[in-house]
Design a protein around this ligand. Structure first.
Ligand code: HEC
Length: 184
């Protein structure tokens, strides 16, 4: 029995020698190599051959509201006719809209939306959002411009979630109202 124990001891100690370039015998290697497919690896089992399968056609993420408008002025006008601001105006909505505007829009548009943001004139000066043209655009068109972008203005859809876009629109309207003394 002692001999057996000594042998096991010797073998175990021998397994610990380092410096060898040859891999040692691996006991239960399943624990070393991961069995599942890696997220971005090809996959022979799934329908589309990808491990992270594309969502089925028409899938809508939970809590997401699809925005069914393409790019461009025609779609912008259509959004203006069809969409209304679903967020009721409230001090909270206004405060949030102001924060969103300050964070994501003011670098270009300026804190009072006059087109004099920090980045101007390094970036092309945007039109004033309190001017006649922006005042005449319906809420849905503003929402479309924020969501899809317009010419040089990039889409802000990734940075600003839909509800926050509507709140930012409330805030823009309040800047416009301050500009015109309440007359739109
Ligand atoms: C990278 C700079 C930049 C940022 C950030 C930006 N904009 Fe703009 N925006 C522009 C430019 C430039 C234009 C003019 C585009 C054009 O030529 O039609 C514009 C146009 C607009 C217009 C149309 C104005 C009009 O009279 O036609 C609206 C509305 C608007 N932006 C709202 C926003 C809002 C709201 C945000 C923040 C969520 C925002 N923008 C963020 C640069 C920016």
């Amino acid at each position: 029995m002692r001999l057996v124990m000594a042998l096991i001891g010797l073998l175990t100690a021998a397994a610990c020698t380092s410096g060898s370039a040859v891999p040692r015998f691996e006991f239960a290697p399943d624990m070393v190599d991961s069995v599942p497919y890696d997220s971005f690896a090809a996959n022979p089992v799934t329908r589309d051959g990808k491990t992270l399968m594309a969502p089925a056609r028409g899938t809508i993420a939970r809590d997401a509201t699809p925005f069914r408008y393409g790019d461009g002025p025609t779609e912008m006008e259509r959004a203006g006719k069809e969409l209304t601001n679903p967020v009721p105006p409230s001090p909270e909505a206004m405060a949030r809209g102001a924060k969103v505007f300050k964070t994501f829009c003011s670098p270009c548009h300026g804190e009072r939306a006059l087109g004099d943001g920090l980045i101007i004139p390094l970036f092309t000066k945007p039109p004033s959002l309190v001017a006649e043209h922006a005042r005449s655009l319906p809420d849905g068109s503003l929402f479309h411009i924020i969501s899809r972008g317009q010419k040089l203005m990039p889409s802000m859809a990734v940075q600003v979630e839909q509800e926050d876009r509507w709140k930012a629109i409330h805030f823009i309207r309040s800047l416009q109202a301050a500009e015109t003394g309440g007359v739109r």
